[in-house]
Design a protein around this ligand. Sequence first.
Ligand code: AR6
Length: 167
Amino acid sequence: MRIEAVRGDITEQDVDAIVNAANSSLMGGGGVDGAIHRAAGPQLLEECMELRRTDLPDGLPVGQAVPTAGYALRAPWVIHTVGPNRHRGETDPALLAACFTSSLDVADAVGARTVAFPAVSAGVYGWDPAEVARVAVDAVRGWTGDVELVRFVLFDDAVLAAFTRAL
Ligand code: AR6
């Protein structure tokens, strides 16, 4: 598997699946979640609402992942995961690692071969980007399956530098 880190906007990535740093409600929010919902269009929220009505009445647990279509995005799939929130005392790196491995499991299950990740939990959820980078890189390197490319897409130079160091 090839693993790379680039600076950019994840909504513009030409990959099979982009991962969303969502919250348990799946009802959208700020940061990368808001950007993905804006770029995908209103059908994304409709599919998320349907997921809440059916499979996920209590929301998506931290560390798990679920797929939807990408609608107006170039990526045919969006994989929603929920990172641990440091402001709520969620400081276990294993929970953060699970976001990356469960997203790759979902990518594999839908047949996605190229996957873009943001720095899950490194924004509103308060994790140090350097720790996110170490946990993410270790988790992806330790995962086995048919995904061929993982691209970390980082919004600013400091977070890109953290991922470049971790790689
Ligand atoms: N492309 C790539 N990265 C981005 C983009 C983008 N378009 N926009 C922001 N980032 P955050 P979290 C970076 O806060 O910490 C939301 O409200 C950002 O600079 O988006 O997991 C959800 O609904 C940071 O480095 O996610 C949840 O409530 C990284 O993405 C909560 O925030 C993650 O920042 C989740 O918080």
